[in-house]
Write a protein that binds this ligand. Structure first.
Ligand SMILES: [Zn+2]
Length: 301
């Protein structure tokens, strides 16, 4: 290669990486190196098999790095969250299973319900917050498309200007403790209000799995919005931490789809330290971040 060509490639690479937001330059996260990747046709998503019949559907091209889960039984499947609604999750799900699919959300923030509208069976928690979010929304969705929020290409044909969370219809109302029998696998709904009034965790007791939603993940855990209730959050993390002896794995809704159950006790301890005023926060985007090893809390000033 001529020197000028090498120089050109070098400066082009430099220019491209300069355009990439900082969070996206750090991907992939190390946890993914040991996971089994499943081939699918849509490059917006990455799919990993976490356990037999448990798939993580990850969206690494958007800042939230949201993770939805497809959980299979012998007769039915649950799709725990439907992601951003930026590409077509239903198509991905149809590539992974032929079973009838029930959609269930970890909570109804925009980044978890984006493709609910594409599914005919949607279970929801019986709360006013859920009912309000089922009407759809635009503002939060639009904010997710800011240039620093996107890593790589948006899907071809995606209409950024019209992007919104479409309204969806809830076909069945759920309550704390309800069990969903999928055939050879039962999932229990565990109300975990705090992050939102309708936050839940999903407990697969037979396999020692806990899908934690946004109550726990390895990143700044968002506790700053008006719908967050900190007293409820403390009670919920205590409730989940009490399950730890029966758990083998946590499957969070952002960043990485695997975490140690021992994290739950650490979160209980951490949030109590924060609330008793023992931890000094660092400023973060007009909010306060309380940092611990492996996770942090993002709270209002
Ligand atoms: Zn959320």
């Amino acid at each position: 290669m001529k020197f000028t060509t090498i120089f050109l490639i070098f400066s082009l690479t430099l220019a491209l990486s300069a355009q990439k937001p900082e969070w996206c330059q750090k991907l992939p996260r190390p946890e993914y190196a040991n996971l089994e990747r499943i081939k699918i046709s849509d490059p917006w998503f990455e799919v990993y098999r976490i356990r037999a019949g448990v798939f993580a559907i990850y969206e690494p091209h958007q800042f939230e790095e949201v993770i939805s889960y497809l959980v299979l039984g012998s007769r039915k499947a649950v799709l725990f969250d439907t992601g951003m609604g930026i590409s077509n999750m239903r198509k991905v799900v149809e590539e992974l299973t032929k079973l009838p699919v029930i959609v269930l959300n970890s909570h109804t923030h925009n980044d978890h319900v984006g493709d609910n509208w594409r599914f005919s069976e949607v279970y929801g928690m019986d709360t006013d917050f859920t009912r309000a979010n089922a009407k759809g929304s635009t503002e939060d969705a639009q904010a997710e498309l800011a240039p620093e929020e996107i890593c790589g290409d948006l899907p071809p044909g995606f209409n950024a200007r019209e992007y919104a969370i479409k309204p969806f219809h809830i076909t069945h109302w759920l309550h704390d403790g309800d069990k969903i029998d999928l055939g050879r696998r039962t999932l229990q709904v565990i109300a975990a209000p705090g992050h939102t009034p309708d936050s839940i965790a999903l407990f697969d007791e037979g396999n020692g799995l806990l899908f934690t939603g946004d109550t726990f993940y390895a990143g700044p855990i968002y506790l700053y919005r008006p719908e967050t209730n900190l007293d409820d959050y403390v009670a919920s993390v205590k409730k989940l931490a009490a399950l730890a002896p029966r758990l083998k794995l946590l499957l969070p809704a952002h960043n990485a789809p695997v975490a140690e159950p021992g994290n739950l006790a650490r979160v209980v301890d951490a949030i109590q330290q924060v609330r008793s005023g023992k931890i000094k926060p660092e400023p973060h985007d007009g909010k306060q971040e309380y940092k611990f090893s492996g996770f942090s809390f993002l709270m209002a000033k």
